[in-house]
Write a protein that binds this ligand. Structure first.
Ligand code: DSN
Length: 418
């Protein structure tokens, strides 16, 4: 960003950006779906590529002047295929929701059935929440986790549901599920009913790219979707990876089915991200993201906190704040905001409370790990979370924790903030 020109010509927006930079630098980001992208990606996002219309695909565009955009998109596609061992990749989805919508429209007619996770057990809005357009257009049948067995998925139950509802798509992959996914078991269910297998791995896309979590494409899945701005550390975008037999339908569904011009500045940022994700430093980052989540979980459990499923296998934890602290999730989120620790309120499985006043919060380690925080910091964060939520209305304690959080945060620079 040419900062001077913006400061001179639109000081209101400039100051808001500076304010957000200070907020990000002075606090600890624990929202599991957030991360800090690379400075190189910020350069691409702010480049002249944003001026260009590129409807179509490389070599088959509806506008002229595509010498460089074709090159960029081809590089992004090749890197995505290589990194995820995919037969085909589409890099044009503008973000997570259109990415999943494009897949549904490629595979289903209105009214056909998708078997997906119940929202309160970790499923995503685009996995057919009744308030979403997708929930109205397609029919979503729901499986849940088995809380008596540590939050695993009961595949006898999933199979029974599949035999009853005959889904065209069996979908796994979630937004607030702290365990790994048993892709092989999902595939067995899908094969029994002749369904297409789809995994939305948006949360763990970076961990899969780094090879520290299983890749559903290696296990025979047909279609995998992932956003690029979570554990992958890229710009806000979506990737659709699939077997060749679905390539044509997926591409046509993204454009012209659902979208117009792709955001070429973002696609350049995705290409940069995918190159970085193939480097050894990224594998080390992904390993640390997982081990930090273990340390954070241990620190919370040791202080008597109730975690949904009792722990985590990935980068995120769901804290039952009602059971642990007698606080609704929105209250817990607000208290932690006050001390500079950012989390998000979260419904827990079969939550009796509504989404804006749910029973929990979600915390995760991708962003903090990106800044270089490790075990010692995770242990300290667990202590602060518990102290702050127990203190609740005690402003002296919250002020003291707030100063400590700020002091620690300033020691760990946020990438991209100069
Ligand atoms: N909003 C994302 C998340 O926080 O998980 C999913 O869309």
């Amino acid at each position: 960003m040419d900062r001077d020109i913006l400061e001179r010509n639109d000081p209101e927006i400039f100051q808001a950006i500076v304010g957000e930079e200070r907020r990000q630098q002075a606090g600890i980001e624990l929202i599991p779906s957030e991360n800090y992208t690379y400075p190189e990606v910020l350069v691409a996002l702010g480049s002249v590529l944003t001026n260009k219309y590129s409807e179509g695909y490389p070599g088959r565009r509806y506008y002229g002047g595509q010498t460089y955009t074709d090159k960029i998109e081809t590089i992004a596609v090749d890197r995505a295929k290589r990194l995820f061992r995919a037969e085909h990749a589409n890099v044009q989805a503008l973000s997570g929701s259109p990415m999943n919508q494009a897949v549904y429209f490629a595979l289903l007619k209105p009214g056909e059935t998708v078997l997906a996770m119940d929202l309160s057990h970790g499923g995503h809005l685009t996995h057919g929440a009744p308030v979403s357009h997708m929930g109205k257009i397609f029919n979503f049948a729901r499986y849940k986790t088995d809380l008596d067995r540590g939050g695993i998925i009961d595949f006898d139950h999933v199979l029974k549901l599949a035999l009853e509802t005959r889904p065209k798509v069996v979908l796994c992959g979630y937004t607030s599920y702290p365990r790994d996914y048993d892709y092989a078991a999902f595939k067995r269910v899908a094969d029994r009913v002749g369904a297409v297998t789809m995994a939305d791995v948006s949360h763990v896309g970076g961990l899969i790219a780094a090879g520290v979590m299983k890749n559903p494409l290696d296990l025979g899945f047909d279609i995998v979707t992932t956003t690029t701005h979570k554990s992958l550390r890229g710009p806000r975008s979506g990737l659709i990876l699939c077997r060749s037999q679905y390539a044509k339908a997926i591409d046509a569904s993204v454009f012209p089915g659902l979208q117009g011009g792709p955001h070429m500045n973002t696609i350049a940022g995705v290409a940069i991200t995918l190159k970085k994700a193939a480097e050894p430093e990224f594998q080390e980052y992904a390993r640390s993201t997982l081990s930090n989540a273990q340390t954070l979980a241990k620190g919370l459990l040791a202080r008597g906190v109730t975690l949904v499923t009792g722990g985590t296998d990935n980068h995120l934890l769901v804290v039952d704040t009602v059971k642990s602290f007698g606080l609704a999730g929105n209250r817990a989120e607000a208290i932690l905001d006050q001390v500079g620790i950012t989390t998000n309120k979260q419904i827990i499985p079969d939550d009796p409370n509504p989404p804006l006043r749910p029973s929990g919060i979600r915390v995760g380690t991708p962003a903090a790990t990106c800044r270089g925080m490790r075990d010692a910091e995770m242990e300290r964060i667990a202590q602060w979370i518990v102290e702050a939520l127990r203190a609740a209305d005690d402003s002296a304690t919250l002020n003291r924790i707030g100063s400590e959080v700020r002091a620690l945060s300033l020691r760990f620079p946020v990438p991209g903030i100069g």
